[in-house]
Write a protein that binds this ligand. Structure first.
Ligand SMILES: Nc1ncnc2c1ncn2[C@@H]1O[C@H](COP(=O)(O)OP(=O)(O)OP(=O)(O)O)[C@@H](O)[C@H]1O
Ligand SMILES: [Mg+2]
Length: 225
């Protein structure tokens, strides 16, 4: 059998920023590969570089050195439009800060990625997905009228709804109560199994991390074993 190639291949990724005191290295020579269908938890202390790494894996932030290949395509050989198009096709992203569109309702927020790819059943699919995260009765709410946990679930629904090949989620259960967090985790693992989605999860919760196939630990910008 032919070995399946990596869904994402991170090679030598370094991120440096310049500040008043000189150059700060946020990520140092990060390298790993993820196979299709794998679930991985990224763990590490606050400020260790987890969100920065996730943003680079999504092509939302640019590394100072190194490469990221998404499904065999070198992300940073594309221009921003090219990266956005690839994201729209293959990738769901849940931000630590949700990043919902304030002027769109919950339903419209979740419909957006479907509409961008011209899905004629956007409304129905988005409605179903909001039902699955327990927000079937909040479709017409604007983000400001939703609680923090509800906003987080809208953000999850928006990321899930395209059934992405790769889902990157930054503390997706961070502001949810235990029961809701558990149902969101179930939903992610279900998507991982049913749709074959590769799951990358940043979490501070050891119990959640333990449910992933693999854990990557970051300490001060370096991957450690
Ligand atoms: N654009 C930037 N300029 C300067 N410093 C930055 C920049 N982006 C991130 N940092 C710094 O890089 C470090 C890593 O940040 P990052 O957000 O990746 O951490 P994290 O591991 O996600 O932390 P948390 O668990 O608190 O979310 C932090 O010390 C942060 O201050
Ligand atoms: Mg973070």
């Amino acid at each position: 059998m032919v070995e399946q190639s990596a869904i994402i291949d991170v090679q030598g990724v370094t991120k440096q920023v310049r500040d008043a005191n000189g150059t700060l290295t946020i990520l140092h020579d990060i390298r790993f590969q993820l196979a299709p269908r794998e679930s991985v938890a990224i763990v590490g202390a606050s400020g260790s570089g987890k969100s920065t790494l996730l943003s680079i894996m999504a092509g939302l932030d640019v590394p100072s050195a190194g490469t990221v290949q998404l499904g065999g395509v070198d992300l940073f050989s594309l221009d921003e439009d090219g990266r956005a198009a690839l994201r729209g096709e293959r990738l769901g992203f849940v931000f630590q800060s949700f990043q919902l569109m304030a002027h769109l309702t919950a339903l419209e927020n979740v419909m957006l990625p479907l509409e961008l790819r011209g899905d004629r059943e956007a409304r129905q699919r988005a409605t179903d997905m909001l039902g699955r995260v327990g927000l079937g009765s909040r479709l017409g709410h604007y983000p400001r009228l939703l609680s923090g946990g509800e906003q987080q679930r809208v953000a999850l629904a928006r990321a899930f709804v395209i059934e992405p090949a790769l889902l990157l989620a930054d503390e997706p259960t961070g502001s949810l109560d235990h029961a809701t967090g558990e149902s969101v985790m179930q939903l992610m693992l279900e998507l991982n199994r049913a749709a074959g989605t590769t799951l990358v999860l940043v979490t501070h919760d050891p119990a959640l991390a333990a449910r992933c196939d693999r854990q990557l630990r970051i300490e001060a910008g370096r991957l450690v074993d």
